[in-house]
Design a protein around this ligand. Structure first.
Ligand code: GLP
Length: 243
């Protein structure tokens, strides 16, 4: 695991965007795994600027998002469909058919999870998987558990995640209780992984992921077993790492 420590959010966003942009330039048909949350917003802005300046072309890029809340339709303002549209897709030239996000409003969630997993496998290997990090060490929506999830499935959100994500909803009761998330196995299957983290709230999780014991109780710790992981994090998020 290579850890790049930067000064602040802006530097993290810029550096992460450069790595993603390099992937798109090197391989215009690349398959990207994308993430939501506050952390990637800045790097998506950087990508949009590069696109507007004529430096990037997304017309042949395919994307798979990590997760979606169960019960929220694509038009819901807190859905990850909506997030991706507003923060990235409506500003760049991705083709609609190349964008993949699990449907949180599917009638049968396990069927949707299976369909999504098969769609990823059919399309090919995710070349660069972008990840944020939950305060409890989750990646995607793979919560701490007694075993690692292998494939895409429905996840029951922990109280700490509901708490952390409550800020986007009017009331705590409005936060969905479950989500569809691609599995840890699916994430580990990606060619390269780029994890971004910022702020002291992430410091404990960053330490456990980078230096802790590999355990499903800290889902991100499995990344220690992946051959090509880059972590880009600011000083606050890396404050607890051994110097
Ligand atoms: C959500 C998402 C994760 C994300 C995490 C951290 O739970 N499912 O993919 O990494 O939030 O979000 P933030 O970047 O807002 O701290």
């Amino acid at each position: 695991m290579e850890v790049k420590i930067v000064e602040n959010y802006q530097e993290m966003s810029r550096l992460a965007a450069i790595l993603l942009a390099a992937e798109v330039i090197e391989n215009p048909h690349t398959i990207l795994g994308l993430a939501t949350g506050s952390t990637p917003v800045g790097l998506y802005k950087e990508l949009i600027t590069m696109y507007q300046n004529g430096k990037l072309d997304f017309s042949d890029v395919k994307t798979f998002n990590l997760d979606e809340y169960v019960g929220l339709a694509a038009e819901h303002e807190q859905s990850y469909h909506y997030f991706m549209k507003k923060n990235l897709f409506e500003h760049i030239n991705m083709k609609e058919e190349n964008i993949h996000i699990p449907r949180g409003d599917a009638a049968d969630i396990s069927e949707e999870a299976l369909r999504y997993e098969q769609e990823i496998q059919k399309t090919g290997k995710i070349q660069l998987q972008l990840l944020g990090l939950g305060e409890n060490g989750h990646i995607g929506f793979n919560e701490p558990a007694d075993s690692f999830s292998v494939q895409t499935g429905e996840i029951v959100l922990t109280d700490s995640t509901i708490e952390a994500n409550q800020r986007f909803f009017e009331r705590r009761e409005d936060v969905p209780k479950t989500a569809i998330s691609i599995g840890i196995g699916t994430i580990m299957n990606a060619e390269k992984i780029l994890l971004v983290a910022c702020g002291e709230k992430k410091a404990k999780a960053v330490k456990s992921v980078v230096e802790g014991r590999v355990t499903p109780h800290v889902p991100g710790s499995i990344l220690q077993f992946h051959p090509h992981v880059t972590v880009i994090a600011d000083r606050a998020a890396t404050a607890l790492l051994k110097k």
